[in-house]
Design a protein around this ligand. Structure first.
Ligand code: SAM
Length: 223
């Protein structure tokens, strides 16, 4: 399932920081508020199939399941260390979320498998070509009329945010984060074929500006 040629930038820049990932993100990235905004934006309905792309330790996938217990929620990530943490949390909380491993440029799901794709802090880990490929895969696995809701680094809201964002750019790669620094992420969502793409909210954090972006797969698109 996984594509060995695709490189993986670990969640916190280095695998040895993985055990600290959750507290670091909670302290620095306004994680609870950002993920709540994403879940609200998703406007979940009973029975919907939801994919959390680049789910990491599973907080967003579990938040979706908590908000809509009858949803069929799948978390997807390339890193087995992160998925192990996610699965352990799901077991502890008794929330029935499935976690799959693989690379986002080739998702192991049929066309039109989901009504929602949600994703947080994932796309900036990808090189430009992989970013476009992953966005295309999100489009493919969504059913016509399905929606994507993404939270990720956006154009820094001023010079201080631009300087703060250098920390993330250093950790996760300057080429991977260039489109984010230039405010091009909404355009990448549009380029994959999504309609009605808009930035719903911007959050200032100690590492720069996070954007919540939503779009929809046109109803007339083929599944
Ligand atoms: C910063 S973490 C975000 C995790 C989680 N979504 C969150 O909001 O806390 C980025 C995640 O993307 C995953 N990742 C990076 N490249 C990937 C790829 N090509 N395909 C799938 N997952 C990938 C990493 O393993 C990591 O768990």
């Amino acid at each position: 399932m996984s594509a060995p040629e695709e490189s993986l930038v670990p969640a916190a820049g280095f695998h040895w920081l993985t055990p600290l990932y959750d507290p670091l993100v909670a302290l620095t990235c306004r994680d609870t508020a950002v993920k709540k905004r994403l879940v609200d934006a998703a406007g979940l309905a009973p029975g919907q199939r939801v994919l959390d792309l680049g789910c990491g330790t599973g907080n967003l996938a579990l938040g979706v399941k908590q908000a809509c217990p009858s949803a069929d929620v799948v978390g997807f990530d390339a890193d087995p260390r992160m998925l192990g943490r996610a699965a352990a949390k799901a077991r502890r909380s008794g929330l029935g979320v499935r976690f799959d491993q693989g690379f986002a440029r080739s998702l192991p799901y049929a066309d039109g498998s989901f009504e929602r794709v949600v994703s947080s802090l994932f796309f900036h880990h990808l090189a430009p070509a992989a970013k476009a490929a992953a966005m295309g895969e999100a489009f493919r696995v969504l059913a016509p009329g399905g929606e994507i809701h993404v939270a990720d680094w956006g154009r820094p809201g001023g010079p201080i945010m631009r300087i703060l964002f250098l920390g993330i750019r250093f950790l996760d790669g300057f080429p991977n984060t260039a489109a984010h620094a230039a405010g091009l992420l909404p355009g990448l969502v549009r380029a994959a074929g999504f309609d009605g793409v808009r930035v719903l909210r911007r959050f200032g954090t100690v590492f720069g500006t996070l954007e919540v972006i939503s779009g929809a797969k046109p109803v007339e698109a083929s599944a």
